[in-house]
Design a protein around this ligand. Structure first.
Ligand SMILES: NC(=O)c1ccc[n+]([C@@H]2O[C@H](COP(=O)([O-])OP(=O)(O)OC[C@H]3O[C@@H](n4cnc5c(N)ncnc54)[C@H](OP(=O)(O)O)[C@@H]3O)[C@@H](O)[C@H]2O)c1
Length: 255
């Protein structure tokens, strides 16, 4: 098949939280491979301007609108409108996520609920919305953006680490549910990348250096380093891979 297997022309990809950070980088990578792109976030102006910018830069059809992944009705409306604008969703990247860094004893119930709803309920709702059309068409890719912190613990991230570990097992179970149709479901586990989510670490030289000291490759990830992995997982290239996890963490979890 050669490099053609990475070509996404004719496919439609939905990247939740695709307006910033890793989501925006992955949206650009998939657009660069030829996919039509749908992006949502809670901020309408960001979703619309991201869609416009991706269309201009990559010459692919795009759709952007506000939708909060924690709200069942907004997820359903977005999926319906994106599909009618671009065609059925072939690729879903469950990327929208938040982190609240506080030890268990300091996490309020509201903190806990916010993280669980965004990081776990959101991917459940979005996946439930797209799977029927994927299985019917006998092609589909669902990628849950988990984290290296879904594979190992890290103090002060109780809700985050629990939801990311849950996403890894959600991928396994959903993969089994749809395997007979050829649809695949996998988890992607990034390590530290410099995005808005990590501002508290990036702006604190001590915390930043502490992270670097724990990464065998000796540095944070560069945003473009997510691109090969997401195009692989979203494309025909990964057709024999399902219910498993791809880790890009500079070696953090090898220790
Ligand atoms: N950065 C890292 O080092 C790293 C490492 C491992 C895993 N990850 C995971 O990668 C994903 C992206 O992280 P990031 O660092 O790129 O984060 P980010 O820069 O903070 O971007 C998060 C995106 O999600 C959107 N979002 C948040 N809550 C949402 C909701 N309820 N509904 C819809 N959209 C929502 C945000 O837009 P609005 O705020 O406008 O809604 C934004 O577009 C997350 O799942 C994160 O856990 C990141």
């Amino acid at each position: 098949m050669g490099l053609e297997q990475f070509n996404l022309q004719g496919k439609t990809a939905w990247i939740t939280g695709g307006t910033k950070g890793l989501g925006l980088q992955m949206a650009g990578a998939l657009a660069g491979a030829g996919a039509a792109i749908a992006v949502n976030s809670r901020t309408a102006a960001d979703a619309q301007s991201t869609a416009r910018a991706l269309a201009e830069r990559f010459g692919v059809p795009t759709y952007g609108a506000a939708a909060d992944v924690t709200l069942e009705r907004e997820v359903a409306t977005f999926a319906r409108q994106a599909s009618s604008a671009l065609g059925p969703i072939d690729i879903l990247i469950n990327n929208a996520g938040i982190n609240i860094r506080k030890p268990t004893v300091d996490q309020t119930l509201d903190d806990w609920h916010a993280v669980v709803e965004t990081n776990l309920t959101g991917p459940f709702l979005c996946t439930r919305e797209v799977l029927p059309a994927m299985t019917q068409r006998r092609w589909g890719r669902v990628i849950h953006v988990a984290s290296m912190i879904g594979l190992v613990g890290l103090a002060s991230r109780p809700s985050y680490s629990a939801t990311k570990a849950a996403l890894i097992n959600l991928a396994r179970t959903q993969a089994l549910e749809v395997a007979a149709s050829g649809v695949t479901v996998n988890a992607l586990c990034p390590g530290p990348f410099a995005t808005e989510m990590n501002k508290p670490l990036l702006e604190d030289p001590k915390k930043y250096a502490e992270f670097v000291s724990r990464i065998p490759l000796g540095r944070w990830g560069e945003l473009p380093e997510i691109e090969g992995a997401i195009v692989f997982l979203a494309s025909a290239a990964s057709s024999f891979m399902t219910g498993t996890t791809l880790v890009l963490d500079g070696g953090w979890t090898a220790q």
